[in-house]
Design a protein around this ligand. Structure first.
Ligand SMILES: [Zn+2]
Length: 214
């Protein structure tokens, strides 16, 4: 898959969303402890947003998130709770587009990290998935610690894990190791994180308030 690293974009004005975006359902669920080793840090909260009429099903999203947490579990990262929001929004919000996506993220104001499952992207260059850390959102703070996954992302578990690593570690860099999760093209089986990557993800995630001590 093709995805963005933490690229910089210019900010744009924010407009009130009003009542055109509605939350159709909210499901809170515990997440199983998936860390394969001793749990060294905990992600207390993860939010997933599924937009109606974007062809995403809640079942495939849940399978993707579970797979991603299994991958990140190799670092000793555990997760506690998932909130799944199913929303209805005008078609302008169905794709990742910096202007509209800022409005959507601001309207929902969901706990972070937040994963948005969208149809496609109107941003250029077009990436299958994008992650927004703290470094690339100074001019668009509504997007801080959000991940956007399009229908073009072919390996869902790897895509979610890869983008979550970007925001937890606040690191947009990639690995040359073709077995590494952070290779610039995710692929089935590319799931390895080395000890330095794990340490950076856990430390930066704690510093950002996204992770807590076990
Ligand atoms: Zn990347």
């Amino acid at each position: 898959m093709i995805h963005a690293s933490l690229a910089l974009f210019a900010g744009s004005a924010i407009c009130a969303v009003g009542s055109s975006i509605t939350v159709q359902s909210r499901t809170d669920m515990p997440l199983p402890r998936l860390a394969q080793l001793v749990t060294r840090a905990l992600m207390p909260q993860l939010t997933a947003v599924v937009i109606e009429d974007t062809a995403w099903t809640e079942g495939e999203v849940l399978r993707g998130i579970t797979g991603a947490l299994t991958i990140l579990g190799q670092c000793g990262l555990g997760a506690n709770r998932l909130t799944l929001l199913r929303i209805r929004a005008p078609v302008a919000f169905h794709d990742l587009s910096t202007r509209e996506s800022r409005r959507l993220a601001a309207a929902l104001d969901a706990p972070r990290p937040t994963l948005f499952f969208v149809r496609d992207t109107r941003n250029r260059p077009a990436f299958d998935a994008e992650a927004f850390g703290s470094q690339n959102t100074r001019l668009r703070p509504e997007l801080t610690h959000t991940v956007w996954i399009t229908r073009q992302a072919p390996e869902l578990a790897e895509a979610i894990a890869h983008e979550l690593f970007h925001i937890l570690a606040d690191d947009g860099s990639h690995s040359d190791d073709t077995a590494n999760l952070m290779h610039d093209r995710t692929a089935p089986g590319r799931r390895v994180l080395n000890s330095q990557q794990c340490a950076k993800m856990l430390e930066a995630g704690r510093n950002a308030g996204l992770l807590s001590e076990q």
